[in-house]
Design a protein around this ligand. Structure first.
Ligand code: BGC
Length: 955
């Protein structure tokens, strides 16, 4: 458990230096970026008391300690995040190198951090010299045959003495860039998905090492992606007809000279081997059409290529990509290969995931191989593709010459576990010919939790894999069928779990931009973002207004903003989005002046389980319920309204909009009153009387104190009445377990989590699921697969249980009054028969770690708290029992000894900065329920107590 990296390190040092949450980013366009770091020290009670930041224009200057861009001087402050750069104004392309020195709580200076850096992007539109190029194609793409990829290249000479070469590039579509034959960066599907009506992102590449004196070449493949490809359920070309490419290369010479190359008529364009390409449909690669050496300077063929078409100027905003890019994060061997016959086999990736296969194929020129991707195997032993709906997820590789050749796709992505490969002799492919490529937005994985229950561990893994598979530039609902949208409801439900698993700071901040870009002139947020405007679809479904403003979905933006505030203490994002949030509230206030949000159910508590025969529910609530959601829609929607007004009050307060906060407080009071009047009987029965109705009423704080206990009792009774099962849909599930735990039904919550019969989380695990299913009954013994029209096996909403597991089993939680995990609550619960767990969370302020065991009446907890963070630790302990820390008795005894000490005044103690010496880093705070509480500063701790795991709070 001892952290080797910290051993012997007593002097406090800044680690994990980041700029706008990114490590050494290239090409940012925030002119006064926020810097952050984690002070680290192995000592207990260590915290930063001051810092000094030095930012220099070159590594040499930084080495000499010359802050020619900025020297903050010594600043007395414990803050180590969101420190705004306040130096010389940064212009386009500027390089900045920086380091930090921090002082500890005793005023002792630490050592300088390692150097970090960032560069600025192109800050003005006029710095793009060129124009958008591509190749027009009149052909209408079809599902069977998407349109081909465009190949672009440009050769040029450079003189000697290149100091630095930077490419800025973007596309309406997707592109891959090469410099002298080599990939310019790891990016896949750049520039990723944004609301192209409003903005497109550009990427910055440092190509200094790839270019040379003499002949050089830049080359790009230009595909369709979301811009011209098939998106959602809507078909092709929802933003434009042809993909377009824009590039700017800036070369700086040692002698101060500069040279600029950009996309213009001097480029060359051609069609090539990718003859059909689409994100959802797949790709066809005909190796006979390969363009030899097309990425190289000495390509002799480009004489036959044409001049590119000059395409329309783009009138949206061109902004820097400031999120970790989509890229291949893992390469795995196939877990199994099953030959169906001579010419057909099925590859098992061993895991449902997003990506593709890389395969070495043998055969004769012109022979083709077809790869069909699927999530499951059907009853017949063949791949099961019905649930893909219209997304064909099929790739075709055609050999160009006899002999083996390695193929992989470029601009398509598949949600799959199994792949059927067919083609002459395909059945004889050896496992060594096949690799599985995992692709995702490469967010840093920040959470790890492992317990004594292997099935629960698999569930945790399934949640992680579902997130990996769906965080693809935007948080999508599913990666496989013709949908793959940034559905807002799913994302807000899962967001907190997502934030434990991965660093979502930059990712969700970018998506909030998509959400606000999608906001309608009325103020309505949309149900997914980026949103697709346009005429009726082939489903005769006018998405442009029916999928707008839905309760639980369109309510997401302020919820995501709040998540970023709570998890990362980010007020910038809140401030930026606040006007949009305000318009959303105004819109609803105007639409529903009575406070009751009543309209036809769009989705409601999506995919709930019937608690009684649906006909009965329907007879009682008529149009307010549907097969997919049995909690009446007016209750559901108004609940979100009450919750949303409260949230707005909190947001306004967090950013100092105090007058608004007053207004929202009053609005919330009215909304809550309306909810109670309309939907809650004097006996505390909530209209609909479903588990979800109570879970939401409790979790969203809709009920007065006096009614909460009975609501919790009713919720528990309903669960027990249903045979100990949850019937909640997406939304109820998010609140269910916390609602139970908050009111003494902890054992029941653990029983639900560890339940193995349908419906339950572990039911899918026992059926072999490797990702979270969209529905509780995605597959059952009695029926097999659910209706294929909506049965994704990789949907994260029900994975929202992850946050509860991190909190209650891992025991790591934020103290909500202290955003950014500056103060944490450590409260692991050894319940449900679990005998151990270990958990780590790399919070904004550093890594928090717990490791506990509960056996033979003894409870042990090893804990690590990062420098500058305080934790309130709840150690389960028998009544009258004693807690030891590192072998020394403390706990109640210490609490008594210290009575009169300001142990209740936790915050005062923190602020006074007295957490210096080892013993002083722990204060006992007395008992609460079955725990003794301690306040601790940073460092490592080992608590022991006597605790019978079946004792304590039984609910
Ligand atoms: C998606 C959902 C989404 C929903 C709206 C579905 O097709 O997959 O997860 O939230 O539509 O009800």
């Amino acid at each position: 458990m001892k952290d080797a990296a910290l051993d012997g390190v007593d002097r406090i040092t800044a680690k994990r230096l980041r700029v706008e949450y990114l490590t050494d980013p290239l090409g940012i366009d925030v002119v006064r970026p926020r810097l952050g770091w984690n002070p680290e020290s192995g000592r207990r009670g260590a915290e930063q008391s001051a810092y000094r930041i030095v930012v220099a224009g070159s590594p040499e200057k930084l080495g000499l300690g010359e802050g020619d861009l900025w020297d903050s001087g010594k600043v007395d402050s414990g803050e180590s995040q969101h420190i705004r750069y306040a130096g010389v104004g940064l212009t386009s392309g500027r390089q900045a190198y920086w380091k930090v020195m921090v002082w500890d709580e005793a005023g002792e200076p630490g050592t300088w951090s390692e150097a970090a850096s960032w560069t600025m992007g192109l800050l003005g539109r006029d710095e793009w010299d060129g124009f958008w190029i591509g190749r027009k194609n009149d052909r209408k793409p079809t599902r069977e045959k998407p349109n081909p990829v465009v190949y672009l290249r440009r050769s040029f000479r450079l003189r000697g003495g290149i100091r630095r070469a930077t490419v800025y590039a973007t596309a309406l579509g997707v592109y891959r860039l090469y410099a002298n034959g080599l990939a310019a960066g790891p990016q896949l599907f750049a520039p990723e998905w944004t609301d192209y009506h409003a903005r497109v992102q550009y990427q910055t590449y440092d190509v200094t090492a790839l270019l040379r004196e003499g002949d050089n070449a830049l080359a790009a493949e230009l595909g369709h992606g979301w811009y011209t490809g098939y998106i959602g359920m809507f078909g092709y070309q929802k933003y434009g007809m042809d993909p377009a490419f824009l590039l700017q290369l800036n070369v700086e010479y040692e002698d101060g000279g500069v040279e600029r190359i950009s996309t213009d008529e001097s480029w060359r364009v051609s069609w090539g081997p990718i003859v059909a390409s689409d994100l959802q449909m797949g790709e066809t690669y005909d190796a006979r059409l390969e363009l030899p050496r097309w990425k190289e300077a000495d390509c002799s063929e480009d004489g036959a290529w044409s001049e590119p078409d000059r395409l329309f100027d783009y009138r949206g905003r061109i902004v820097a990509q400031m999120t970790p890019p989509i890229r291949a994060t893992e390469e795995r061997s196939a877990a199994g290969v099953r030959m169906l016959d001579e010419d057909r086999l099925i590859v098992d990736a061993g895991q449902n995931l997003t990506g593709w296969l890389r395969v070495s194929l043998r055969g004769k020129s012109g022979e083709s191989y077809t790869l069909k991707y699927a999530e499951a195997i059907g009853g017949s032993g063949e791949i099961y593709t019905d649930n893909l709906r219209l997304a064909s997820q099929t790739d075709v590789f055609i050999l160009g010459e006899d002999g083996p050749k390695t193929f992989e796709t470029t601009f398509t992505c598949h949600g799959f576990r199994y792949v059927e490969i067919s083609g002459a002799g395909a059945g004889r492919l050896a496992p060594g010919d096949i690799f599985v490529i995992v692709v995702r937005s490469a967010l840093e994985e920040t959470g790890r939790l492992e317990t004594s229950d292997p099935d629960l561990n698999r569930l945790l893994d399934n949640i992680r894999w579902t997130q990996r598979s769906n965080f693809m530039g935007v948080p999508t609902d599913c990666p496989q069928r013709d949908e793959r949208h940034g559905w807002t409801g799913d994302a807000q439900i899962f967001a907190r779990t997502a934030a434990y698993n991965m660093d979502v700071s930059a990712f969700f901040a970018k998506w909030l931009t998509d959400l606000t870009d999608a906001q309608q002139p009325t103020g309505a947020f949309t149900d997914f973002a980026p949103f697709i405007f346009g005429p009726k679809t082939e489903f005769d479904n006018d998405f442009t207004y029916t999928h707008i403003g839905s309760a639980g979905w369109a309510d997401a933006p302020p919820m995501i903003g709040w998540l970023l505030y709570e998890t990362y203490g980010d007020t910038d994002v809140l401030r930026r989005c606040y006007p949009a949030f305000r318009r959303w509230i105004d819109y609803n206030e105007q639409l529903y002046p009575s406070g009751i949000r009543r309209d036809a159910p769009q989705y409601g508590d999506w995919l709930s389980v019937d608690e009684r025969p649906f006909e009965e529910t329907k007879a009682e609530f008529d149009w307010l319920v549907s097969h997919h959601s049995t909690t009446p829609y007016d209750v559901f929607a108004t609940a979100y309204w009450v919750h949303g007004t409260k949230l707005m009050e909190r947001i306004a307060l967090a950013i100092g909009e105090n007058e608004d906060a007053e207004r929202y407080r009053a609005l919330h009071a009215r909304a809550q009153e309306a909810f109670l009047r309309e939907f809650v009987s004097s006996e505390g029965i909530v209209k609909g009387d479903t588990q979800t109705a109570y879970a939401m009423a409790l979790g969203m704080e809709l009920l007065p104190e006096s009614m909460r206990r009975s609501a919790a009792d009713r919720l528990a009774a309903k669960i027990e009445g249903a045979g100990g099962m949850a019937t909640t849909g997406f939304h109820g599930t998010k609140y269910l377990l916390n609602a139970l735990c908050d009111y003494g039904y902890e054992e029941l919550a653990f029983r639900l989590v560890l339940r193995r019969e349908y419906p339950s989380w572990l039911y899918s695990v026992l059926q072999g699921a490797t990702t979270i299913w969209e529905r509780w009954d995605g597959w059952t013994e009695e029926r097999g697969f659910q209706n294929a029209s909506m049965n994704s096996l990789c949907h994260y909403a029900f994975g929202s249980v992850g946050e509860w597991l991190y909190r209650h089993v891992g025991g790591i939680d934020a103290v909500s009054s202290s955003p950014g995990f500056r103060r944490v609550r450590i409260r692991p619960r050894p319940k449900g028969g679990l005998t151990s767990a270990s958990c780590e969370y790399d919070s904004l302020h550093g890594c928090v770690r717990t490791e506990w065991t509960a056996r033979d009446g003894r409870f042990e907890l090893r804990l690590r708290i990062p420098a500058g963070v305080t934790a309130v630790v709840y150690v389960p302990c028998e009544n009258g029992g004693q807690v030891k820390e590192s072998g020394i008795p403390c706990g109640e005894e210490l609490a008594m000894k210290e009575s009169g000490d300001p142990c209740g005044e936790e915050l005062a103690m923190k602020e006074s900065g007295v957490l210096a010496k080892a013993r002083e880093a722990i204060r006992a705070l007395g008992r609460e329920d079955d725990c003794v509480r301690f306040l601790v500063g940073s460092g490592e701790y080992f608590f022991e107590s006597l605790y019978e795991t079946m004792g304590g709070n039984n609910g």
